[in-house]
Structure formats: C-alpha cells, structure tokens
Design a binder for this molecule. Structure first.
Ligand SMILES: [Zn+2]
Length: 494
C-alpha cells in the first residue's frame, strides 16, 4: 500500500508544483489547484490521516518506517488543511492576479505596483502607490479572514487543540521557544540597529527614524543607489562562475531550468519550483535590476542546487516534505555571498565594498527583525479568532521591531501558512554557523573551493531526509542557536 501511496504522493506534488509554477511565472492567468486536490483527495482524506496515525502507534513499526510514515502524515495533514480551503486559496490568488492599481494615469498590475514602490525615489509618490496597493490587499481581506478561520477550524476537527498545536505536533517544533530565542536578536541588536537605521534614513531619504514608514523600507531595502554596481547582463555569468568555483557546471545541468522572461503577471518575488526532484527544477526570476535581483537569484539558486543534487534514490517523502529551514539555509548561503567582500571583488570587481556591505547587512537586519515580529505575531494570531485585534497586533509588532510604521491591512497578506516564518529564522541562524564552518574548513574563499563544492553536493544529496537541526548536528554545529547571527550584525554594523 505504501509504495502506491508514495507514487501518487510524488505525482500530486509534481502536479501542484507545475500548476503553481505556471501561475506564479505569469504563464497562466488563473490558479487551478482544486481539480488536482480532487483527483488526489485519497492521499489526504480523514480516513487516510487516521490510518497513518494508527500505523505510527503500532508496536511492530521499525524506526525507518516510523520516520517515513511521520513525514507522510505531516504531508497528509497539511494537505487536509489546504483541501478544506482550496476554493478560497484560488479566489484569493485570482484576486491578486487580476487586480490593478491606477498609476500615472494607467492601470498597472498588483505585482507591478510592488516593483514600482521599490524603484520610486519620490517619497510622496511611493506612499501614494503604497496606499493604493494596500487598498487592493484590503479588498480581499474578507476572503483571507474566511480562509484563516476555516484553517483554524479544520485543525480542531483533526483533534488538535489549535492550529499552532497541530504544527508543533507534526513538525516537532516549539514555536514559543523559537520565538523566545529569536526575540533575543531584537533586544541584542536594538541599539546598533537604531543608530545605523537613523543614519541611513537621514542620508538617503532625509528623514529620521521616527518618520519612517513601511513604503520607505521597501524602497530602502532595494538599495537602488548601488544598482549600477550590479549590472543585469552580468548576473547569469556571475551565477555560472560562482557555481563553477564549487565545481558545479550549470550549463550542463539540464535538470535546472532558468526562467527569466518578463511577463506582466509574473510574481516579482523570485522563486524556485522543484517540479520533479531532482529531474525538473525551475529557477524563476523577474529581473527588476540591481543588487536585489542578485540576492534573490542567488537565494533561489541555493534551493535549485539543493533539489537538483538530491539523490533520485531518495523516497518521495524525503524529497517533497521536510523541514523548510534546511533548504532555506542553503538558499541563504548563496544569497549572502553579496555581503562577502572578497566574493564582491572577485566576481563584480568591487574593490571598495565597505559601504555596500554595511547597507546590505542593515537591510538584512530589517528583514530578520521583521520576521522575528512576524513569528511572535503568528503565535498570537493562531491562538485567537479575533482578527480585528490581530490586525492591530500585526501593525504594532512590525512597527516596534522594524521602526518603520506599518499599517494593519497587510496582516493576512504578509503571512505564510504553517509558520514558515520560523523556518526562515532558524535558517538565518543555521546559515551563519554553516558559513563559518565552510570558511574554517575550506578557507575564507570557500566558494572557490571544489572541496567545499563536494561537501555541499554530499549534503544536498540527502535532499530533505534530515531536519535543519539534525543536519547541523551531523556537521558538528548543532543545535541551532541565534547568538552568532546577533554577533554578525553587531560586528558588521558597529
Ligand atoms: Zn527561500
């Protein structure tokens, strides 16, 4: 029974990933996942969830079967949740894909609005566009509220005490504890952060930290003033040469396909879609220019290499389900090359990168602080059904952590399912120690070492077999801690 289940499970993942890829890359105007869920409903219906749970509590179950069944149960439960809201997911996607914003006398897509805010130097116009974008988000908030409340109910219907309790049980993580650890990053970087942020805001936007708003953050994080140092036409070559240093020949990787075409409805957020692991991996970007393209593309290339090198012999449950913090760690490892002065000198001829590196580290700290606030907000959000109160908490926590005044409207838009924010936070923490390990073992220019490449291929080969904590322990680094992350920010931004 398990073999057939595994085959269908892999097919389901491939079908969903392909549909998401076509929609997110702007090649399909509507997202049609409901038919896929109907076709594969037997993989995650209530009976199946119950039978997997029963098998897990059988006394004759082996350790390896327990691990496999545990993963398949996690998958079944997550899809059971999604199945209960699939129509709402489609309606929300449809809304985002079709809504337009009036800008400079003509309608632009919702996705284009985000790109334009990041590139708009005029503060007033940026705010104006931002509030129009908020209106478009607000227009679908009823649907998002309905979807969230339904997810909460579905979690209860499976016998868990809450949505949070469900994810903590299946993922064996304690989100309150992670929140507690990650929150220390906020306290320990607070004074450095305020000082640097105020300095940068005054210099680049002529405002103080008390006047900063979320739309300013979107613009500031884009680091437009460094755009000419990161030419678009060089990006793919930089990627190819970086990987070549590690002994990875991207031109002969027929399983990793780059989609960089510009389409009006293509999501501005770069992404990697592993359609079939390791045979068919999509690396998708919508170039908007500048360093953020480089960061986004390198980030997604970390995912693509991870999945592209995963062994085809792995069981599907170790390819398509796992601890997202692991793949995010590999993504951040490449993402963070842009803050490595010697990498910048080697691949982009940047000799004087001090100012850029400080800017990029400040931008990264804004993002990390944003995610710390997101996780603590999500911990509260999923414990209550009072969404009006939650929207205010979202705004308060975001504003307090980032010091950019944030409005409540994005409280359900700026949210991923299943505590993904905790995966990012754990990955940021793990990545710093993995990077330090690579430097110690293969030299400060680890990215130019074939041996470092061999080491990475060896861990990538295990796909999603291990959790981030298990991988950290196996390398000799674990458990994941946040102190190195804090230290790195305080050192580079002092
Ligand atoms: Zn990622």
């Amino acid at each position: 029974m398990l073999d057939q289940y595994r085959r269908d499970f892999a097919d389901f993942n491939t079908a969903c990933a392909r549909e998401h890829y076509l929609f997110q890359s702007g090649q399909k105007t509507i997202l049609e996942i409901a038919p896929i869920y109907e076709r594969y409903g037997h993989l995650f219906d209530r009976d199946l969830v119950e039978s997997l749970k029963r098998r897990l509590s059988d006394s004759d179950i082996s350790d390896s079967e327990m691990l496999s069944i545990g993963r398949l149960l996690t998958f079944a439960i997550e899809q059971f949740l999604e199945d209960s809201v699939k129509e709402l997911t489609e309606q929300i996607s449809d809304h985002e894909a079709t809504s337009t914003v009036e800008w400079k006398g003509r309608p632009i897509t919702f996705q284009d609005a985000t790109v334009n805010i990041a590139n708009e130097p005029d503060r007033q116009r940026r705010r104006e566009l931002y509030s129009k974008r908020l209106e478009a988000i607000e227009a679908a908030n009823d649907l998002r509220s309905k979807r969230l409340l339904k997810l909460h109910q579905t979690a209860l219907s499976l016998g868990y005490s809450s949505y949070t309790n469900l994810f903590e049980e299946v993922r064996k993580l304690d989100y309150t504890a992670i929140d507690g650890q990650a929150s220390q990053v906020l306290a320990s970087t607070e004074s450095t952060y305020i000082r640097r942020l105020d300095e940068v805001l005054r210099r680049h936007l002529a405002i103080g930290v008390d006047d900063a708003q979320r739309s300013d953050a979107i613009y500031l994080l884009h680091l437009t003033n460094f755009d000419d140092r990161f030419p678009s036409q060089l990006m793919f070559r930089v990627y190819r040469d970086t990987m070549a240093g590690l002994g990875v020949k991207v031109d002969s990787q027929s399983n990793i396909n780059i989609d960089s075409e510009s389409r009006p409805r293509k999501n501005p957020r770069a992404f990697c879609m592993p359609i079939s692991i390791p045979e068919e991996i999509k690396l998708v970007i919508r170039p908007a220019g500048g360093q953020s393209d480089y960061q986004a593309f390198l980030h997604e290339s970390g995912h693509a290499q991870h999945y592209g090198w995963a062994s085809s012999d792995l069981s599907p449950e170790f390819k398509y389900t796992g601890d997202y913090a692991l793949t995010e760690t590999y993504a951040f490892l490449f993402n963070h090359l842009v803050s490595d002065k010697s990498w910048l000198a080697t691949f982009l001829g940047m000799k004087d990168s001090d100012e850029f590196v400080r800017s990029v580290m400040l931008a990264r700290l804004v993002t990390v602080r944003r995610y710390v606030a997101k996780l603590s907000y999500e911990n509260a959000l999923h414990r209550s059904d009072d969404l009006a109160a939650s929207s205010l908490q979202y705004a308060e926590r975001q504003t307090a952590a980032t010091h950019f005044k944030t409005e409540p409207e994005e409280f359900l838009f700026d949210l991923d399912d299943g505590f993904y924010s905790a995966s990012y936070l754990r990955a940021w923490a793990f990545e710093v120690s993995l990077r330090e390990y690579l430097k110690t073992k293969f030299g400060s220019q680890w990215w130019g070492s074939k041996r470092a490449g061999d080491f990475l291929k060896e861990i990538w080969e295990t796909g999603d077999r291990y959790t981030a904590d298990e991988m950290a322990s196996q390398i000799g680094l674990g458990p994941i801690r946040f102190d190195l992350l804090t230290e790195e920010f305080n050192t580079t931004l002092k």
